[in-house]
Design a protein around this ligand. Structure first.
Ligand SMILES: *[C@@H]1O[C@H](CO)[C@@H](O)[C@H](O)[C@H]1NC(C)=O
Ligand SMILES: *[C@@H]1O[C@H](CO)[C@@H](O)[C@H](O)[C@H]1NC(C)=O
Length: 211
């Protein structure tokens, strides 16, 4: 309420429209005005850009529906998972979770000042749409398993760099010996069949060239 009251005190000329925004469309009034009872802090929060987590199942900022994030070097924002914030004039960016992204649920029409970001850490087979260039280009920033995304997550679950540097399970000399015995010392493992990249067919073809 503090933010709304402040706006009312500023007078009808500049206050009315803003008050309307806070009362009708802002999901953030609870955040900017509630809780601390610290009016000066609340007022400054009310000027911060808003980051809207469109996929609300994934909202890592517990416990509430909205939170203030300070990233250091004076960079702060409000984050929320409340879709009512879409209409808010300070909402600058939307974050989508790849597996849950559905084109028919996308917030359209898209406002020119809305930056779209995609967080897609799971298997490409969870959402084939995002393996298409036309779809991935809808997002201004991407964090995906692809190493060419803006913030690649290719090594996200890597326990440590040493895991990559660990020696192979079998020395090359042993593999070469097995090869002379007519065995192909290559093991291919995958978690799913028939994924969109058609890797099954690629591996079948590759097997013809292994000896
Ligand atoms: C209000 O918040 C400001 C900024 O975080 C802080 O400096 C100030 O000490 C707070 N005042 C009270 C009474 O908590
Ligand atoms: C974000 O991407 C959309 C769609 O490609 C584009 O129209 C818009 O200009 C981009 N915004 C920024 C700030 O780059």
């Amino acid at each position: 309420m503090a933010a709304a009251l402040l706006l009312l005190l500023l007078g009808p000329a500049c206050g009315l429209r803003e008050t309307g925004v806070f009362e009708a469309a802002s999901a953030l009034s609870g955040l900017v005005a509630g809780g601390s009872g610290n009016a000066s802090r609340a007022w400054r929060d009310a000027e911060l850009p808003v980051l809207l987590w469109w996929s609300e199942q994934l909202f890592p900022h517990f416990p509430g529906r909205s939170e203030r994030i300070d990233c250091g070097a004076g960079a702060s924002c409000l984050v929320t998972r409340s879709k009512r914030a879409l209409a808010h004039r300070r909402t600058a960016a939307l974050i989508f979770y790849g597996t849950d992204f559905r084109a028919y649920e996308a917030p359209l029409p898209r406002a020119p000042h809305h930056t779209w970001a995609l967080f897609h850490e799971e298997s490409p087979m969870n959402n084939y749409l995002l393996s298409q260039a036309a779809a991935i280009r809808l997002f201004n920033y991407t964090a995906t398993f692809r190493r060419h995304s803006h913030y690649p997550l290719a090594l996200q679950w890597l326990p440590a760099a040493a895991y990559l540097r660990a020696p192979p399970a079998l020395p090359l000399a042993t593999k070469n010996r097995l090869r002379r015995l007519g065995l192909a010392p290559v093991l291919y493992l995958q978690s799913h069949c028939q994924v969109a990249s058609d890797r099954d067919r690629y591996v079948r073809l590759l097997m013809e060239h292994l000896q």
